[in-house]
Design a protein around this ligand. Structure first.
Ligand code: 13P
Ligand code: ZN
Length: 273
């Protein structure tokens, strides 16, 4: 199948396999979407079929009208995508009002896009606007250590950001804007989509308490790398806490010195004593 040889398709599929091997995607856990470039959509348009019904997205994403997204299927397993992409992923088109979508390719054995489509599309909408179209990838995963931390740390952006930064010197360089935390909410709907999108106005990482994480990035490498960095930092923190906690760490002043040398801006609200 020609469409499967396209670089964006290959890049998307490679990430599903990498992320599964990381242990981020038990069963059908997690989901993933890519905002397809116009020229990429044009190159595969011959493979589209427009016979399937328009359905409500559940949120309004006006600035995504007419755009195409490559998305994982609901209930589909990330580990199976590489074996049979057309059965496990799909391309959806957003209608001219930004309130409906239809499947134009994929899910050949039936099904629908991920139940988190409202959150994915809301995040894409915000990021398209705020990054001038640069961000194209949204990844949701059930990262073990990040989830574990949501049971022991206060569910505050300031605490999660500072604790994760302290666990690896590179962290404030990789996510200088910090991370946001959504308290536990029912997944799969409009409310959690709106709460997540609110955080995505400030951050590229939104943690869902007792559930998982969403990351946004410009491309597959950047988004995967961001999630990998956050989850590794969380793993170090889980180990440190399990060993009895910190005896010493990176200080607020250390972060200020790092910010100056690495030319990043670290918000002062994360640099409390
Ligand atoms: P889907 O199988 O519908 O993508 O749901 C998995 C998930 O992680 C929900 O948050
Ligand atoms: Zn989930």
């Amino acid at each position: 199948m020609e469409i499967l040889r396209e670089p964006f398709m290959q890049g998307f599929i490679r990430l599903t396999d990498d992320a599964f091997r990381k242990g981020w995607h038990e069963r059908n856990g997690g989901n993933y979407s890519y905002r397809i470039k116009p020229e990429e959509a044009e190159a595969v348009r011959a493979a589209f079929s427009c016979g399937r019904d328009w359905q409500d997205i559940g949120v309004e994403v006006k600035n995504l009208a007419g755009e195409y997204f490559l998305v994982t299927g609901s209930g589909k397993y990330m580990r199976n995508v590489i074996l049979d992409p057309p059965a496990n992923i799909c391309i959806v088109e957003v209608d001219e009002t930004g309130t409906k979508f239809r499947i134009v390719w994929g899910l050949t054995e039936g099904g629908r896009p991920t139940s988190e489509l409202p959150t994915h599309l809301m995040n894409h909408s915000i990021k398209k606007e705020l990054t001038g179209g640069r961000h194209r990838v949204i990844l949701h995963a059930h990262t073990t250590n990040v989830i574990a931390l949501t049971f022991v740390l206060p569910l505050k952006d300031e605490v999660f950001t500072r604790e994760l930064w302290e666990m690896a010197t590179e962290c404030p360089v990789v996510f200088p804007e910090g991370v946001g935390v959504v308290p536990w909410m029912v997944p799969g709907g409009r409310d959690i989509a709106l709460a997540t999108a609110e955080l995505m106005k400030k951050y590229n990482v939104a943690i869902w308490a007792h559930h998982g994480i969403f990351c946004s990035g410009a491309d597959f490498d950047e988004t995967f790398g961001l999630m990998d960095t956050v989850e590794k930092s969380a793993e170090i923190l889980v180990k440190v806490l399990s060993m009895g906690g910190k005896c010493q760490s990176i200080t607020a002043q250390n972060f200020r010195d790092l910010a100056a040398d690495f030319h990043v801006t670290l918000p002062e609200r994360f640099l409390y004593e």
